[in-house]
Write a protein that binds this ligand. Structure first.
Ligand code: F6P
Length: 343
């Protein structure tokens, strides 16, 4: 078969592992031919491609980023965008298209599938908030980076008897914050799923001082909402093609409010894109590889319009549209773990 592949949305560690797995199984076991579209859906619209074969995908398993590059291109915003995509895919005589991406990317796959394109999806986001799958690759790497940062911040924060706020990614769901918060032993963890109660934050920090520890670590999701600020904290008001603001800055505002209330010196650090960069963990390479193999198998079994997913420890698949219906947020079970560790 002739198969196209693209990576869309924010990059995350493990994208190259998916690409490699798809190409290796496709070439070695199915005699497939592949074309990679550059920069997500933009590459389809502009017909910008690169060859994908055993030579171009060797040595990329452990590399972060994506050899196909990525972008947040919204085909819905482009006049005749879907027609243009269909034409380009037809010119290349493609039998199927594998789109690796989160809800925004998959929302385009759904539309193209409705127009007769044979799409298969692979779920990706460090935020880990895609509905229908228990995990997205990239999340484990992001959490490892955030946890290491929390570990490192302990010694300097203690040395100066400070409060340290750590802002992590997570636009609508607090998976990175809650996991790095629990794994890193943060004293306060704040996620978009729960209204922030500043009295409670103050109580928890004062409890640290009273216990004799005299320093505290606070982890906060970029998408959490402060009670004294309207909406999410963003840089400017520019929206991307899918209508998202650029979230950043809640950590600093939170630090100022903590210092004002407690009188304890409070600093903030925003981990930002460091959480998305660099080499994927072994776990993410495994998950990405399993997803890639499952995606090429779906193509060959003719089961289009499906997204590969993790259910428990096994790989399955669901209709792509089920993954974009709503966001998968942090459940009460993990929130309970967090509360159980607090005084
Ligand atoms: O959607 C994943 C994500 O990493 C969010 O956590 C974050 O808000 C966003 O991407 C940042 O995107 P960009 O790299 O386009 O600024």
């Amino acid at each position: 078969m002739r198969i196209g592949m693209l990576t869309g949305g924010g990059d995350c560690p493990g994208l190259n592992a998916v690409i490699r797995a798809v190409v290796r199984k496709g070439v070695l076991h199915y005699q497939d031919e592949f074309i990679g579209f550059m920069e997500g859906w933009r590459g389809v619209l502009d017909d910008r491609t690169m060859p994908l074969n055993l030579d171009t995908t060797t040595g990329i398993l452990q590399k972060g980023g994506t050899i196909l590059r990525s972008s947040r291109t919204n085909v819905k915003k482009i006049e005749d965008g879907f027609e243009r995509c269909r034409e380009v895919l037809a010119t290349h005589k493609l039998d199927a298209l594998i789109a690796i991406g989160g809800d925004d990317t998959q929302s385009i796959s759904v539309e193209l599938a409705r127009r007769g394109v044979n799409c298969v999806g692979v779920p990706k986001t460090i935020d880990n908030d895609l509905m229908g799958t228990d995990a997205c690759f990239g999340f484990d790497t992001a959490v490892s980076i955030a946890t290491e940062a929390v570990d490192r911040l302990h010694s300097t924060t203690e040395a100066h008897s400070r409060v340290q706020v750590v802002e992590v990614m997570g636009r609508d769901a607090g998976w990175i914050a809650i996991t790095a918060g629990i794994a890193g032993g943060a004293d306060v963890t704040l996620v978009p799923e729960l209204e922030i109660d500043m009295d409670e934050v103050e109580r928890l920090i004062r409890a640290r001082w009273e216990s004799g520890k005299r320093f505290a670590i606070v982890v906060v999701s970029e998408g959490a909402k402060l009670p004294h600020v309207a909406g999410q904290v963003a840089v400017g008001d520019k929206l991307d093609a899918f209508g998202h603001v650029r979230l950043s800055g809640i950590g600093q505002l939170l630090a100022e409010e903590i210092e004002r209330r407690t009188g304890y010196e409070t600093r903030s650090v925003n981990l930002g894109h460091t959480q998305r960069g660099g080499t994927p963990t072994a776990n993410d390479r495994m998950l990405a590889t399993r997803y890639g193999i499952a995606a090429i198998d779906l193509v060959h079994s003719g089961r289009f319009g499906r997204l590969v997913v993790l259910r428990g420890t096994g790989i399955g698949d669901i209709p792509i549209e089920d993954s974009i219906a709503k966001t998968r947020t942090v459940g009460e079970d993990l929130l309970e773990v967090m509360r159980a560790l607090q005084p």
